[in-house]
Ligand binder design. Structure first.
Ligand SMILES: [Zn+2]
Length: 352
């Protein structure tokens, strides 16, 4: 039942929708929703989602609220109309009847305002900075295989010793760390990764300290990468079960701080320049794994299988039976809205 005053909100909604449709076709992916045809459905969605009576008093407020839910409306109506998978992973907010990933989808709806990135070119060297042996493979194995396949040199920096990732009480941290260093080398060999530097900070206790930043700056200046791949430094609070391992947050933060400005400025950690003769270096692009709002989707159809082989090399960490199916489903869900069969998604930052 439409609330009193909804006609005014409805007209505002149609105006906003038509404006948006003119600016950028909404819906994304290979199949776009024809909004004009579906205006009535969008109006019904807004009718449920908005307090029309109060919004009708303030057209500016109505426009703002309508914009916020428009991306969600399009996704949900599009799913019904086109039979595409857009079902929320995170259930429904209690008491509202609204999907709890609504706000997340709302942000996705604004993605078209962001510049969609590609990899910088020419791309000769990439450095992957991660917390634990297996993070590079879980976050980006197929992408790394894609890069080495293109002739890009890829090296790794692993910030912790990985000495806590077990439930087996008979294994010591030293034993586990030794096992995982070997597993990391085996996985890297499958992906044609060149060198691996283990910084050896204790697993689980990492902070984005100046020592860690300096250690990462040292490796950036040694390997002089065009591209750095690292972990999302922001804790996710979007009801996603991946709330963020503290080591991942610390590695992401220290790496971004190392990329800018420390690696490019010789007066940051001057001992690196003065004593170790490491010249400043400007990274041109950073890719973050595990982000809420990606702006780069890479087609990993050709390298998915080799990526799985690299993940399976982490024998102490993965369930050999289920991991391939789990990763395939994840890549499919990431790629599908973009019209890509299997994809890995990143937040890309261009620094040049
Ligand atoms: Zn990890």
């Amino acid at each position: 039942m439409a609330a009193p005053g909804f006609d005014r909100v409805g007209q505002t909604a149609i105006d906003v929708i038509l404006e948006q449709q003119q600016r950028h076709p909404v819906g994304g992916g290979s199949e776009r929703l024809h909004l004009l045809k579906d205006v009535q459905a969008v109006r019904l969605f807004l009718d449920e989602a908005l307090d029309a009576a109060s919004l009708a008093l303030d057209t500016a407020q109505a426009r703002q609220q309508i914009l916020l839910v428009l991306g969600v409306a399009v996704a949900e109506i599009g799913a019904g109309a086109l039979g595409r998978h857009t079902a929320g992973q995170y259930g429904r907010l209690p008491g509202t009847g609204q999907s709890s990933d609504r706000l997340n989808r709302g942000r996705m709806g604004r993605m078209s305002d962001l510049e969609r990135h590609d990899l910088v070119a020419p791309l000769e060297r990439a450095l992957v900075v991660i917390s634990h042996p297996d993070d590079a493979e879980f976050g980006a194995a197929a992408t790394i295989a894609h890069l080495t396949g293109l002739g890009v040199r890829v090296d790794y920096v692993v910030t912790t010793d990985g000495g806590k990732g077990t439930e087996d009480p008979s294994v010591t941290p030293e034993q586990l760390s030794t096992t995982r260093v070997a597993e990391q080398r085996a996985a890297a060999d499958i992906l044609n990764v060149s060198e691996i530097v283990h910084l050896g900070y204790p697993d689980g206790y990492l902070t984005p300290s100046l020592d860690l930043r300096r250690d990462i700056v040292r490796q950036i200046r040694r390997y002089r990468p065009d591209l750095v791949i690292t972990q999302n430094p922001q804790r996710r609070l979007d009801h996603n079960p991946f709330i963020g391992h503290p080591d991942h947050l610390a590695t992401g933060e220290a790496t971004l701080a190392a990329v800018y400005p420390a690696a490019r400025d010789h007066l940051n950690f001057p001992e690196l320049w003065r004593d170790e003769k490491l010249e400043p270096w400007k990274v041109r692009q950073v890719l973050l794994t595990g982000v809420e709002e990606p702006n780069l989707w890479l087609d990993i159809g050709d390298t998915f299988e080799i990526g799985i082989r690299a993940i399976l090399a982490h024998e102490s960490q993965v369930d050999q039976e289920t991991v391939a199916d789990r990763m395939r489903e994840r890549a499919r869900l990431v790629g599908e809205p973009q019209g890509i069969g299997l994809a890995q998604a990143f937040a890309s930052i261009i620094l040049e």
